[in-house]
Design a protein around this ligand. Structure first.
Ligand code: IFM
Length: 459
């Protein structure tokens, strides 16, 4: 047994969820349809045709779910606000019962001394905005800023950190290039238009929020950056890795933190798009000051230049024909994602080197495994404990190397609707029985509670 490794004083601990993945109640109290309602109800788009219609029924069980968080000793909870619950058509008059739901959630959290961290967009775009072009058109960014301001005015006095977007990489590329996420598009040029309008939405919303939030409130953006490693030291693989870093990471980081798109990315994409959607003033808007960068990490990618051989074994990288993601050695999670905590250390250290003044927050990290309920009624998910332990250790390694990491949110508080994978993949610290909606606290949740209480990882 080695001695415990402590986290810095004031380190924020929490667990995360997202509205469409847990709430259900999709037609209640005036909520409008989102692109995920449409997509999940389209045959063939999700495993078993699963939808978020009921999900974890959190909308009706919010009080007991918050009590459970308190029982687990969670100091913070990251959730998302469903835009179509607040503004059913994306704009126009506010749907007061929808806004009230989140206001009550925030009050319940505060009553239990749980700090709320709210994300304004975790992929549930109101369907009427999609019908008008969705993220491929500029107007969606303007509507998002209005929605952000409205939520900021209503709830901003009680939510210390508001995040604009969760993982715009997924919204843009999985939603518009590979088509595995809503709205299901398969056009790389459209994906890059979506990237820009998501960046613009973030920047406009950040400025709008700043005007209505109390001083001291924090504004953040959460990115799922790709920790890309070259498959070999060949010039071709190294260049393919640079390209992937450009279209996955720097295409979001550079406009936000430096007010420009990377020149190599613009060059690389010359045959896909001319970036004509960027208008005067956009980059100044996108680079509005930010207080925290949220980092979601699951596993790294090994990147190679395409060749006949690796195209057969690997996967073309989303939104480009210039790179292939190669299979990696295990162990793997139930998603087939390699377990590689060192990738998290590398990513955090790289960010702290490139953005030395930007505090980092791990807003998602966790794993799906084939959990089972044992004869004793418990879920002994030792594999999840090992995953969390490895990644918390990796976080400490990054902090030891100078990374300014302020906190960690496990994904996810409870099993939930895993998008195209439906309910087949379980990421929760708490098991959800989808027939009865019973919650079972897994061993990993108990273990995580002890880590939080000690603010340290035992040896
Ligand atoms: O479930 C998702 C979440 O909505 C966004 N980040 C990745 C998680 C696991 O796939």
């Amino acid at each position: 047994m080695t001695s415990p490794r402590s986290f810095p004083a004031g380190f924020v601990w929490g667990a995360a969820t997202a509205a469409y993945q847990i709430e259900g109640a999709v037609s209640e109290d005036g909520r409008g349809p989102s692109i995920w309602d449409t997509f999940s109800h389209t045959p063939g788009k999700t495993v078993h045709g699963d939808t978020g219609d009921v999900a974890c029924d959190h909308y009706h069980r919010v009080r007991s779910d918050v009590a459970l968080m308190s029982e687990l000793g969670l100091p913070s909870y990251r959730f998302s606000i469903a835009w179509p619950r607040v503004l059913p058509t994306g704009g126009g008059p506010v749907n007061q019962p929808g806004l009230d739901f989140y206001s009550q959630l925030v009050d319940m959290l505060l009553e239990h001394d749980i700090e709320p961290l709210a994300t304004l967009y975790h992929w549930d775009l109101p369907q009427p905005l999609q019908d008008a072009g969705g993220w491929t058109v500029r107007d969606t960014a303007l509507r998002f800023a209005e929605y952000a301001e409205l939520v900021g005015r209503a709830l901003g006095d009680r939510i210390p950190t508001l995040t604009t977007l969760n993982e715009p990489w997924c919204s843009a590329y999985l939603g518009h290039a590979t088509g595995v996420h809503a709205p299901g598009g398969t056009d790389a040029a459209a994906a890059y238009a979506a990237v820009h309008h998501l960046n613009l939405a973030h920047g406009l919303a950040a400025s709008a929020l700043r005007t209505v939030l109390p001083g001291g409130a924090r504004i953040s953006l959460t990115l799922n950056l790709v920790q890309a490693r070259p498959a070999s030291s060949s010039a071709e693989d190294v260049d393919a890795t640079r390209h992937v870093d450009g279209i996955s990471n720097r295409i979001f980081l550079d406009p936000v933190f430096h007010g420009s798109y990377p020149a190599d990315v613009l060059d690389d994409l010359g045959d896909v798009t001319d970036f004509g959607f960027v208008q005067d003033g956009d980059l100044a808007a996108i680079s509005a000051p930010l207080d925290v960068l949220g980092v979601n990490y699951y596993s790294p990618r090994v990147i190679a230049a395409p060749s006949d051989d690796n195209l057969a074994s690997g996967q073309p990288f989303p939104a480009t024909s210039r790179a292939v993601a190669l299979p990696q050695p295990g162990p793997y999670t139930a998603m087939g994602w390699p377990i590689d905590p060192a990738g998290l250390t590398e990513l955090l250290v790289r960010l702290s080197r490139d953005l030395p003044d930007v505090p980092l927050m791990i807003t998602e990290n966790g794993a799906a495994f084939e959990d089972a309920v044992s004869a004793d009624g418990a879920v002994h998910d030792d594999d999840r404990i090992a995953y969390l332990r490895g990644h918390l250790g990796a976080t400490l390694d990054a902090i030891a190397q100078g990374a300014d990491v302020r906190g960690y949110y496990a994904w996810s508080l409870m099993d939930n609707f895993e998008w195209a994978e439906g309910y087949a993949k379980r990421f929760g610290l708490v098991r959800v029985d989808y027939d009865t909606q019973q919650r079972i606290v897994k061993d990993s949740a108990r273990w995580y509670s002890r880590v939080i209480a000690a603010n340290a990882l035992s040896g």
